[in-house]
Structures are given as C-alpha cells and as structure tokens.
Design a protein around this ligand. Structure first.
Ligand code: AHR
Length: 628
C-alpha cells in the first residue's frame, strides 16, 4: 500500500517524452523505410570508401589514422561489395552477354558509376535482373513508377523492355522503354501495373539484339508511398513508425554520423537533390546506403507525422570504436559551419542560402527542426572541447534550439564542458540492469540540464528480443517518467530491422518485403506513448509498506519499489516504535532490499555496505519518509 497525496502535483511528464531514433543500420532505410524497390539503383554500391583499398575480402586503410587515444591505427574491415550488388545477367542458352561497371561519360559526376552491357549474341532475350532487397514486394493492381537513365549505342538495333516478374518467372507487368540509339543519356519514366501479388518479385530489363547499352540509374517506386510523397517512404513501415506517435525523430544516427573515418561520415548536403545524383556512402554497418532517405525526406516525414526533427552533427571526430580519427583543429570551424548550414536549410528564410535551397527542393516554409545533438557517442576531452565551440556558435544564432551533449555512460565526476541544455546517455543492457535501475535518475544532479535518453534497449542475453526484455524496458520507462522533472525525452534503439540483414542484436520493428511487425518492445513503447501521464502525483506523505513480500523483496519495476526511492529520511516503524535503520540522509545510499524470514537486509548502492536488520515480521512495520 502506498499512500500518496492525490491533490498535490509532482513532476510533469514532458509531451516530448517519446520519440524515435533512426539510423541506416539493418537496412532500416534502403530496403526498409525508404520505398525504393531496386537495390543498387545507381551502381554505386561497390564503390570502396575513400581512404581504403581492397585486399581479398578486406578493406584496408591507405594511411594509418591517428587515434584520439594517441595510438596510430591500422584497422581493416570486412568488404561486402565487389560483384555488382543486386544485379544479375540472365542469358538464354545460346545468348551471350557480359556486364561491367564503368565511370566513362557519367551522367552525374557525383554518382559516376554506370553499368555497361555488351550483348554479343541473342537467340531469345538477355535479361538484366534486380531482385531488390531480398525480393520486391509487388502487389496486384498497384502502380509502380520506373525511372531509368539509359544510353544506347547507335549499333544497337533492338528494343528495351521492362518487366515485373514473379518469383516463378511469371510476367506481372510489362512495358516497352523508349529506345533512342544516339549514344546520349536519356532520362525516362513509365508506369507498370501488376496483375498479381508476389513479394519475391524482381524487375527485369530485356535486350533483344546485339550491341551496347549503358544504364546509369534504374529506380522503381510504388505509387502508393506514405502520404503519396515522391521519392517517398514504404507505407506499411512508415505507418508502423508513425504508430508510435513520435514527438521527435532523431537522424541520421548513430555511428553513421561519425563514420569509420571522417571521409566516411554521413554528409547531409550530399543527400539533397535528384536521387540519381546522390553518391551514397559505405556505412559503418557493412553496406553502402543510397542517401535516398535524405535530409529533405527526413524533415518532410517529421512534418507529415507531427514530430520535431533532431539532427545529429559530426564534430570532426570519427567513431572512436573504429578509426577514432580527429580532424585538424583548424578544420573544426568547417564542421561547425556545416551544422549551421543544416539548421539554416531547415529553418532559414528563403533569402538565406540554405533556406533558398530548401525552397528550390520544394518546401519554402521552414521545417520543424528543434533539436541538435552535437556529435554521437563522442566521449572524452577532445569532444568536450569541441562541444563548447559548437554550443556557443549554434546558441548564438539559434537560441530557440535545444542542444544535446553526448554523456559518457557511468560518467564519474563533472563534465568537461561549460554548458549544455540536455545530456544523452545510452543504455544497451541486460534485463536485470533495467529492473534494478528504475531509480537510476533519482540520483542525477538537478538544475543544470535535462536528460534525453537517446538510445536504450535491453539487448543482452535476450536473443533478438523477448517478453522479459520488453518488460524490463517498461520498468525503466516507469523510472524515467517518475523523474519527469529531469528526463524529458527518450528513444529506443535501433528502430528498424530488415529480417534478412540483422546487424544489431535487437531492434524494435521487423520487416521483410512482405510484412512489418512490431516486437514486444514496440508495444511497450506504444503503451507508454498512448498512456503518457501528464504529471506525477506527489507522494510527500507517508509511504507504508505493509506487504512485505511485494515491497521488500526488491526490484519489481513499475510500482512499489520504484516509488520508494522518491523519498528521503526514511524511518522504519515497527508496532508504533521507530526502528533505527542506518539509511543515511539521502536516497543515494539506498540500495536493494531483500527480506527473508524476518531478516531485512540492504546493500548500499554507493558504498556496497550491507545493513542487516533482524526481528521483522511480515506486515508488522511501516516505512515513513519525506518526499525529495
Ligand atoms: O544503435 C546502434 C548503435 O549503438 C548506434 O549507432 C550507436 O550510437 C550506438 O553505439
């Protein structure tokens, strides 16, 4: 039994509390949220990240970067490219054809690769086939927009046909592409309507005569994207994300913000404009993303679902778990300016350089950008120094924005920065951690800044995630809500997983080309957002623990145990007499209690000291304490 004062308000629970964290990991974007059906549409995916060479199946750095810790590193990575990812050439028995990547006469120098097809002999047709991301989800009577950029050699005297094929090879849709054999690039579109549903479909371009043809770009989108946006999002996946009613959307990551090396960091400016001209980037998660779900598309999605955007910028540091590179000090201003430009793109009026670019891209009104996270998981002195510079520059120009600092997990001692609005600690833990730490934020210092738990999930020892994991997250959420005066925002991570490409052990939403499902943890998030209390009830009166079993036995997540740690000045009263318990003055000394056979014991979280009290009987005592 917990006695609380219902008339007295406790801390508010912020309306911004629940948001989502997006990163291009597990094919979350390409082959996921982003509706593009063709894999490697621009033929850039076998491009080696700058600063690397291939040796066998490894990417080897050309230079040895100087790590933040002072060591010189030579780290290699697995290379997953190398055979024109996504594309296959199918020749009939007697046909002969070959394909190769070339950078000759690129349509867009920013995305220079194109595919050269050399058809030597045709008896039937030669097919260039793309199976999408583990099959294309093609549905009956749906319209699909095909865009190709093609160059046909004057010697080619045949036709070009686009076909949607079922897994068995049945033709679901078919259309002739204009064939202009003048040796010049032609950008063309057509619509294919499918006669049946098959989620393991593929797209084929057919050639029926000898000669040479080059393809710079082959893209296929369902017409029915989320909110019918062009270059839009896969409807079912986007609806699943929107179902979480996110108050904010954090983008673009995650480690991809930092990159394996600085050259390899995520660059928002390269994600703007014609998708065919976007270079993409080899991601730290083992594949090259297309930059299709770019900055503009992210901001548009935020507007569509009523979320505030959070942009995470690079501070001139690459991922410290990988190459850990730091830019020259003289280059820090470049990274600051790049971040200021990103803000101007979202918020600036159309007379500013980047505001004008936003208008030219199709959105004259500002987008709802509210948060800037300065770096991702960049912990340490060098980061702190840079943070101060970024904070000052951004605050001066955009005082209305909320700026966020990467907080080192289990930080000891004060931060090495002058000021921040929020801190972002991350928790990837075992269920026991969340169950035990529903009181984690009770011990946080108040008054300097608020907290955004930017990445958390139970991902240790729970496989791809299970009910126990989900319940432990629910317990942790209870603790965050109870500390609503401090914890203003939180986002589970990672958000999305293509079932064919799990790069991270547990992820919230699973999908393949056919369906999308939320794991148990998804429904915990949904439950939390749909039942978000507006405020806590103050519990400054008397807390009575009359039920020994449930109260004293320890961490049970939501509820009595978690509530107890709101209090200080504990005193145990047995049969009307105060019992002296060496609990200390504040909740800091408060640890986990256990009760067996009349013996109550506690181990202090802070000192590890164990207190043992004997002679208790079930239902024979009361705990009194004051609100913090
Ligand atoms: O969410 C997966 C990764 O975990 C993120 O990229 C990174 O920020 C964290 O280490």
């Amino acid at each position: 039994e917990v006695v609380v004062n219902l008339r007295q308000k406790g801390a508010d629970i912020s309306s911004s509390m629940y948001g989502v964290f997006f990163e291009e990991i597990n094919h979350a974007g390409d082959g996921g949220l982003y509706a593009e059906l063709v894999q490697n549409r621009s033929f850039e995916e076998d491009e080696i990240p700058e600063g690397y060479r291939i040796e066998g199946t490894k990417l080897i750095p050309l230079a040895k970067p100087y790590h933040l810790t002072g060591e010189i590193r030579e780290r290699s990575f697995e290379w997953y490219g190398g055979k024109i990812r996504g594309w296959n050439l199918k020749t009939g028995d007697l046909s002969e054809a070959s394909m190769r990547l070339t950078k000759e006469r690129p349509m867009y120098p920013t995305a220079p690769n194109n595919l050269e097809l050399f058809i030597q002999k045709t008896t039937g047709a030669v097919q260039l086939v793309n199976e999408g991301y583990w099959g294309m989800g093609i549905r009956q009577n749906e319209r699909y927009h095909l865009r190709t950029i093609v160059r046909v050699d004057p010697g080619y005297k045949g036709t070009l046909t686009a076909k949607l094929l079922s897994e068995k090879g049945d033709i679901l849709a078919r259309a002739l592409l204009p064939c202009i054999p003048d040796g010049e690039w032609h950008d063309m579109t057509l619509v294919l309507t499918s006669v049946a549903t098959d989620c393991k479909s593929s797209l084929a371009i057919e050639f029926d005569a000898p000669g040479k043809v080059w393809l710079d770009y082959v893209s296929l989108f369902p017409e029915n994207t989320f909110k019918k946006r062009q270059n839009g999002l896969r409807k079912d996946v986007a609806e699943m994300v929107a179902g979480l009613q996110p108050a904010f959307f954090r983008w673009p990551g995650g480690c991809v913000v930092e990159g394996i090396t600085l050259n390899n960091r995520f660059e928002w400016k390269k994600t703007l404009g014609d998708p065919a001209a976007r270079p993409g980037e080899y991601s730290t998660w083992g594949y090259r993303c297309s930059y299709g779900f770019g900055y503009y598309e992210m901001l548009q999605f935020c507007e569509d679902i009523g979320a505030k955007a959070m942009y995470v910028c690079n501070v001139g540091l690459s991922c410290q778990f990988r190459m850990g590179e730091a830019s020259e000090k003289s280059d820090i201003s470049y990274y600051i300016d790049d971040c200021l430009d990103a803000i101007e793109y979202a918020l600036g009026d159309t007379l500013t350089e980047w505001g004008a670019r936003r208008a030219a891209d199709g959105h004259p009104a500002p987008f709802p950008l509210q948060y800037i996270e300065i770096g991702n998981e960049n912990w340490g002195d060098e980061y702190d120094r840079r943070f101060d510079m970024f904070y000052q520059a951004i605050k001066q120009k955009y005082p209305q924005l909320t700026l966020i600092y990467n907080e080192m997990p289990e930080r000891n001692g004060p931060m090495g920065i002058t000021k921040t609005d929020m801190v972002d600690p991350h928790y990837y833990v075992a269920p026991e951690f969340f169950f035990r730490n529903t009181d984690l934020f009770d011990h946080y210092e108040r008054g300097k800044h608020t907290v955004y738990v930017g990445e958390y999930s139970c991902n240790r020892g729970v496989g791809g995630g299970n009910m126990w994991a989900a319940l432990s997250e629910a317990a942790f959420i209870g603790g965050m809500e109870r500390n609503g005066d401090l914890v203003k925002m939180a986002s589970y991570a990672p958000l999305l997983e293509n079932r064919n490409n799990r790069k991270w052990p547990t992820n919230l939403i699973w999908f393949d080309s056919e369906q999308v499902v939320g794991r148990g943890s998804y429904y915990v998030q949904k439950m939390a957002v749909e039942n978000r209390p507006t405020y806590n009830v103050a519990n400054d009166k008397v807390l009575r623990a009359t039920d020994t079993a449930s109260y004293v036995s320890g961490h049970i997540g939501f509820g009595s145990w978690a509530t107890a740690v709101e209090f200080k000045d504990f005193k145990w009263v047995s049969k009307g007499h105060r019992v002296d318990v060496p609990l200390g003055e504040t909740t800091r000394n408060y640890g986990s209690w256990s009760y067996t056979d009349g013996v109550l014991s506690q181990t202090s979280l802070e000192t590890g000291t164990q207190y043992i009290l004997k002679g208790f009987k079930d239902n024979d005592y009361t705990l009194e304490c004051k609100a913090r």
